[in-house]
Design a protein around this ligand. Structure first.
Ligand code: 13P
Length: 253
């Protein structure tokens, strides 16, 4: 098995030029293990500044650039949208799709997310496909059904073989920004379910699939989470905005 370990920073609608400068300077001094990849996903206006800071500090091989969203359309009259080819032109390697904030606030359906996954793959970038259940869904025993319903449209859209180029992020909605992290055991159990769901269709693809955990990950809890056999890194929100905290997380993996 040679799954890569990924630590991805989702800055959401936070951060500024000063943070880019501080974060890239700090990341330049972090030593990463050989199969670890760090991805930083700032807001659209900062992609180009981040890309430049990476080059200036010779980090372009070490730190990957990610976007927090992309349009499913290629071009045209879609005011306020950003296409995959635009992202690619600015050196973006990864695109977060289906984040629970976009599913709930922007009413993105799993079918739309599936179309976006296809567009990102067609543009030669890697989708980070977010899935996760709400607190109520967990409490009523619906977790696995919800996760399957979020995964199936993507499998139907792109075919299972294309999951070789997809990263999944399991983010329980109740753990996002709440400080309520899933216990390592609960996270492992759910990651194992996700991997098995894929394995039931294609075992080799499942073995190579990187599944990240997201939801209140910080420097204090990341080690135990990342030690779980089916957890291949994290998608970090709040803690990725704090330079000390994020660099500690990166050096923990
Ligand atoms: P927090 O780490 O702030 O809980 O956010 C997680 C998240 O939504 C990452 O995409």
């Amino acid at each position: 098995m040679n799954r890569s370990v990924i630590v991805a920073a989702n800055w959401k609608m936070n951060g500024n030029l000063a943070l880019i400068k501080e974060m890239t300077s700090a990341l330049a001094n972090v030593s990463l293990s050989s199969n670890t990849c760090v991805v930083v996903c700032p807001s659209f206006p900062y992609l180009s500044a981040f890309a430049q800071a990476r080059v200036d500090k010779a980090l372009d091989k070490k730190i990957m650039l990610g976007s927090q969203n992309a349009s499913e359309h290629q071009q045209g009259a879609f005011t306020g949208e950003v296409s995959n080819s635009m992202l690619q032109e600015f050196g973006v390697n990864y695109v977060i799709l289906g984040h629970s904030e976009r599913r709930s606030i922007n009413k993105e359906t799993s079918t739309l997310v599936a179309h976006k996954v296809r567009s990102v793959l067609d543009a030669g970038m890697t989708p980070i496909l977010c899935i996760g259940e709400s607190e109520q869904e967990r409490e009523t025993g619906q977790t696995n059904v919800v996760l399957a319903a979020q995964l199936q449209p993507v499998i139907d859209e792109i075919g299972i073989e294309k999951f070789a180029d997809v990263v999944i992020a399991y983010e329980p909605v109740w753990a996002i920004g709440t400080g309520k992290t899933a216990s390592p055991e609960l996270a492992q159990e759910t990651h194992q379910y996700i991997r098995q769901f894929i394995a039931d269709i294609n075992q080799p693809i499942a073995e190579k699939l990187s599944i990240l955990y997201g939801g209140s990950v910080n420097a204090a809890n990341c080690q135990q989470l990342f030690a779980q056999s089916d957890i291949d890194g994290g998608l970090i929100g709040g803690a990725s905005l704090k330079v000390d905290e994020f660099t500690k997380i990166c050096s923990t993996v």
